[in-house]
Write a protein that binds this ligand. Structure first.
Ligand SMILES: Nc1ncnc2c1ncn2[C@@H]1O[C@H](COP(=O)(O)OP(=O)(O)OP(=O)(O)O)[C@@H](O)[C@H]1O
Ligand SMILES: [Mg+2]
Length: 310
């Protein structure tokens, strides 16, 4: 299948108080049009930074990003929209819903007033919000409604790829479920591709086709949703999965989360997960593991997997 997005070996390091933080440190992934990728990992693993690199909000210091066959590092395209983590805080409190949603179109300058209003109404309908909210300010909306306004703002630009950074983490269970159902239906209607950033694997399981698991700036495992959930290969993925109660007896045997995420300004040699991994061997502390394809399309970066000990 032709790839809409290809990310090749991108890296982004922040500098804070003289230390170099390797937030994204050599990540490659790809996504076909109309498919959804879940990007998971603990806090600080580099998910938002990777999302911002793909959206052109940050420019990688290394590597390339191709979108529909063109190189786009550091470029913000209307066809890639990023909905911020805590996007509701990113809504200008002085702007009404209508203006918030149409802002991107005004900047583009392509549409007349009436065309813009029609598009705002279509976007509002697409996210399931009533027209009565058009002239409200953000503080007059619920959290779920604000999140929908943020998504409408992105959708009005007719994106081909929508990057949603923790879209449901600030919502209650019902509002979250409604939003996930909305994302599913929009994908079918508009043939949109998604990158859904979430530390909640249950959310990813509901909405995504593929999963990439990040640890300390690297992807340690990727594959189809069913591969990752039914036969996780990396110890870290197993730990993340164990955090979600499941009736599946296989899942009950998963290892509990242990240790703390590594500090991205002091990344250990070898496999960056090895200080937390109870199964680490000599090789793990000396050589970074390459990806090993355990079944077609299911890749795991772990020395133990390569020697089939897991
Ligand atoms: N503007 C910044 N300046 C310096 N360091 C930053 C900046 N933004 C992020 N970082 C650091 O980069 C690393 C990756 O951060 P990032 O926000 O990408 O993680 P994340 O996986 O999205 O985490 P979370 O799940 O908490 O949102 C972290 O160690 C973070 O402290
Ligand atoms: Mg984040």
């Amino acid at each position: 299948m032709a790839k809409l997005l290809k990310v090749k070996n991108v890296a982004y390091y922040y500098t804070a108080e003289g230390t170099r933080i390797r937030a994204v440190d050599g990540v490659s992934l790809s996504l076909p049009a109309g498919k959804a990728l879940g990007l998971v990992g603990e806090s600080g693993s580099g998910k938002s930074t990777l999302g911002k690199l793909i959206a052109g909000l940050l420019k990688p210091q290394r590597g390339c990003i191709y979108f529909a066959g063109e190189r786009i590092e550091g470029k913000m395209l209307p066809s890639i929209q990023y909905v911020f983590q805590n996007s509701t805080a990113a809504l200008n409190p002085r702007m009404r819903v209508k203006n918030l949603i149409e802002e991107g179109l005004i900047i583009q300058g392509k549409y007349r007033r009436q065309q813009r209003i029609n598009r705002v109404l279509t976007a509002l309908k697409a996210v399931g919000l009533p027209e009565t909210l058009l002239y409200r300010f953000p503080h007059e909306l619920s959290g779920g409604q604000k999140q929908r306004v943020a998504i409408a703002r992105a959708l009005i630009m007719d994106p081909r790829l929508l990057i949603l950074d923790e879209p449901v983490s600030s919502l209650d269970v019902t509002a979250g479920a409604r939003l996930l159902a909305l994302l599913k239906s929009l994908r079918q209607e508009k043939h949109l591709a998604y990158i859904l950033i979430s530390h909640d694997l249950a959310v990813v399981r509901q909405v995504c086709d593929y999963v990439a698991v990040m640890y300390a700036g690297k992807i340690v495992e990727r594959g189809k949703v069913e591969q990752i959930f039914s036969s996780p290969g990396h110890y870290y993925t197993k730990m993340l999965l164990s955090a979600h109660p499941s009736p599946d007896p296989k899942r009950r045997c998963l290892p509990k989360i242990i240790g703390e995420p590594v500090d991205p300004s002091h990344i250990p040699a070898g496999c960056r997960f090895h200080p937390r991994c109870p199964q680490a061997t000599f090789a793990c502390s000396h050589r970074p593991p390459a990806f090993f394809e355990i079944t077609p399309g299911h890749l795991v970066a772990c020395h133990r997997t390569q020697t089939q000990i897991f």
